[in-house]
Design a protein around this ligand. Structure first.
Ligand code: KDG
Ligand code: MG
Length: 407
């Protein structure tokens, strides 16, 4: 069969805020087939919009949408200024839309284009967030009742204003909640004292079978991270995430030497170069790069293949600021990728689900994709237009003496 050329005739960016902001790229071809990709960068949405509109879209018109790899290389190498969250989210949006188009033209779901199924369903983890230990334990119970087999547990710390991961609502935690950043307070000593007690209680209340995860959200030094990992060992976590900032990949050597608690890193990474040393030195167990912030399916596949050489498994970011278009693409990737570990799944609000009709669904702790050609997620543009953009930023954190810290 001769290959089908699908010329890109138009591309546009759709910004919508059905409860939170989402940026979506829609690419149309002369074959009457279109694809969509997520370009959302929480709190910095409009910088990706500008990058797409000013610097990417003019280059796409007239190109063959089937040449995914060449377009990826054009946008990455051809830009000269490589990497970074804005560039890589824009590239990801193009890449995701092109995989969607390729699937639709082939009449196949994206996981089939990648090499077919490696599993029946994608194990996901949800978020149990409580104001204190007993509240978090109640939330874990609620997530178990919903069918989750893996649950991330975060707790407020008495006396600490706005500890990470504790939302206002119980279902749809949204940290980017104000026009200018909300100021939260961080106290490492209180956190290191409190967190092992949280997991002791969770194991007592919920037994040893349920998988428990925890996100430190970049708050500790390497030595403190090592201490926390050690103190959590009796509670057999699935992973301890982002225990220290990872700009310096070497820092994880120290943590690794001291603890057998599995380590996950990478939701803010944008390329394979950000995690190369962590992977090659086997300093982590799970790599959290995801479709939208790490250059799309094309680049994520490269990261996962490198990781597979070192028995590092995937555990992609899946917070609500990643749109259903990212989640759909991620689930196709997860369904195929041989070294899959787990997928984060924070539920979107019903308003968001309506704007982005999709064919994935949750049952018994797993997300399952359908067989719709492409990645199975669409956008209802009329509905999207009813929710205009709202400027929102993520919070910041300060130590109790006022020093700016990592949020
Ligand atoms: O936009 C920031 C969120 O995506 C992030 O804070 C969520 O750390 C996060 C997680 O693990 O879901
Ligand atoms: Mg995280």
């Amino acid at each position: 069969m001769s290959s089908v050329v699908a010329k890109i005739v138009s591309a546009k960016v759709i910004v919508t805020c059905p409860g939170r902001n989402f940026v979506t790229l829609k690419i149309e071809t002369d074959q009457g087939v279109y694809g969509i990709g997520d370009a959302t960068l929480n709190g910095r949405e409009l910088s990706v919009v500008a990058y797409l509109e000013e610097h990417v879209i003019p280059n796409l018109i007239g190109k063959d949408a089937q040449r995914i790899e060449d377009i990826w290389q054009f946008l990455y190498r051809g830009a000269y200024w490589r990497r970074g969250p804005v560039t890589m989210s824009a590239i990801a949006a193009v890449d995701t839309a092109l995989w969607d188009i390729k699937g639709k033209i082939a009449g196949l779901p994206v996981y089939q284009l990648l090499g077919g199924r490696s599993r029946d369903g994608v194990l996901v983890y949800g978020h149990a967030n409580g104001s204190d230990i007993s509240h978090t334990s109640e939330e874990v119970a609620r997530y178990k009742e919903m069918g989750y087999r893996a649950i991330r547990a975060q707790s407020g710390i008495p006396g600490v204003k706005g500890a990470y991961g504790v939302g206002r609502g119980s279902m749809y935690y949204e940290p980017a909640d104000s026009t200018l950043p909300e100021e939260t307070v961080w106290n490492t000593r209180s956190y290191l004292n409190y967190t092992p007690k949280l997991f002791e209680k969770l194991r007592l209340d919920h037994g040893d079978e349920i998988e428990l995860l925890h996100d430190v959200h970049h708050r500790l030094t390497p030595l403190e991270a090592a201490q926390l990992g050690k103190s959590l060992e009796p509670y057999k976590l699935f992973w301890m995430e982002d225990s220290t900032p990872a700009e310096n990949q070497e820092a994880f050597k120290l943590i690794r030497q001291h603890t057998t608690t599995p380590l996950a890193v990478g939701e803010i990474f944008n390329t394979i170069w950000d995690c190369k040393d962590l992977i090659q030195n086997q300093l982590i167990d799970y790599i959290r790069t995801t479709v939208v912030h790490a250059g799309g399916i094309t680049h994520l596949r490269r990261i996962a293949d490198l990781a597979s050489l070192y028995q590092v498994r995937t555990g992609s970011h899946g917070a609500t600021d990643l749109s259903p278009a990212c989640m759909g693409a991620a689930l196709h990737f997860d369904t195929w990728v041989p070294n899959f570990g787990i997928q984060e799944y924070m539920r979107h609000t019903p308003e968001t689900d309506e704007v982005f009709p999709h064919d994935y669904s949750f049952a018994d702790g797993y997300l399952k994709i359908g067989d719709t050609p492409g990645h199975g997620v669409d956008i209802d543009e009329k509905l999207a237009a009813k929710y205009p953009y709202e400027p929102k930023q993520l919070p910041i954190a300060r130590l109790t003496d006022g020093t700016l810290w990592n949020w």
